[in-house]
Design a binder for this molecule. Structure first.
Ligand SMILES: [Zn+2]
Length: 309
């Protein structure tokens, strides 16, 4: 069945790129509502923005959505990943500014509160997007691909990154997102950047809220953030977290295999455009009981949230 959250949960923090304070409240929503953002700091008319692939605007460092009235919310990917990874299909996300608070740079603060308040079943079936044929996008930087998953499986992911900084280097990870794998393996991995890029980002008005506490900063073979890494391959795990958040903008769980090779937000969004332009590459089907057990969020337990210091 579709789900929502049991009760409203609130998060306060700062935007990673804007550096501005932000307060975000996730509220329960009815079946077939989907995920919507609403800007509480602008007039009701034109304040609602669907969390959907076709309203994403190109933005190199985060995922930004914009409605027809021009209202925007940026850096939606970590809260979207938390909702998808906990199996929440319907929610209304109120926010009092243009950027989701970055919190600790991962999805774990969202996951903790979602699982503490609980996920509530609704009286309506879940529909999934089943990938029937491969679609892919490629740029000078890398590529991303969606293809059918193994029979009976939900969403599988393969990701590969390659950075010159030896603190990151080459990392590969494969993960089947069934059985709470997002919560166990991905949700606590933080956003990261290269120290060499910080000045250029800030000169371009980005990362103004970035600190060593909300992003892993690496310089060559050194990790500058105090406490070091939460996983030796935290960077590729975070890229997979981002990919899940960006794929959640499809509007329904994807049943298929996602592969990202040095992919990022723009590439994953271009992949969704490619998918929905190819009617024969997918179908929307009602989820049966066996498949429901393979979707992200099924069977997740609160005590599986990783502990770290
Ligand atoms: Zn991210």
């Amino acid at each position: 069945m579709q789900t929502t959250i049991q009760s409203a949960i609130t998060f306060k923090g700062f935007g990673l790129h804007s550096g501005k304070p932000a307060c975000l409240t996730i509220r329960p929503a009815e079946a077939d509502h989907g995920i919507w953002f609403v800007r509480t700091d602008i007039s009701a008319e034109g304040a609602k923005i669907p969390a959907r692939w076709d309203v994403v605007q190109t933005s190199p460092l985060c995922t930004l959505i914009r409605n027809d009235a021009g209202a925007t919310v940026s850096t939606v990917e970590h809260v979207m990943a938390a909702l998808a990874g906990c199996g929440v299909h319907n929610a209304l996300i109120e926010i009092d500014g243009p950027e989701v608070p970055i919190l600790d740079g991962s999805s774990v603060p969202f996951v903790r509160k979602i699982l503490a308040c609980g996920v509530k079943p609704l009286d309506a079936p879940v529909f999934v997007i089943e990938i029937l044929a491969p679609v892919s996008v490629q740029t000078d930087q890398g590529w991303a691909r969606l293809s059918p998953s193994e029979a009976g499986q939900g969403l599988e992911m393969d990701f590969h990154i390659d950075f010159v900084d030896r603190a990151i280097g080459r990392q590969n990870k494969h993960l089947n997102l069934a059985n709470g794998a997002f919560v166990r393996e991905l949700c606590d991995s933080r956003t990261f950047c290269r120290a060499a890029d910080v000045d250029a980002m800030q000169a371009a008005g980005k990362a103004l809220g970035g600190t060593y506490e909300n992003a892993v900063v690496v310089d060559g073979d050194k990790v500058l953030s105090p406490g070091g890494l939460r996983h030796w391959d935290e960077a590729v795990r975070h890229k997979m977290l981002d990919a899940l958040g960006d794929l959640a903008l499809a509007g329904a769980p994807i049943v298929g295999r996602y592969e990202g090779h040095k992919a990022g937000h723009a590439m994953t969004n271009a992949l969704l455009h490619e998918l929905f332009a190819n009617k024969s590459a997918y179908r929307i089907v009602s989820c049966d009981a066996a498949l429901a057990l393979k979707l992200p969020g099924a069977g997740v337990e609160r005590n599986e949230i990783p502990a770290f210091h």
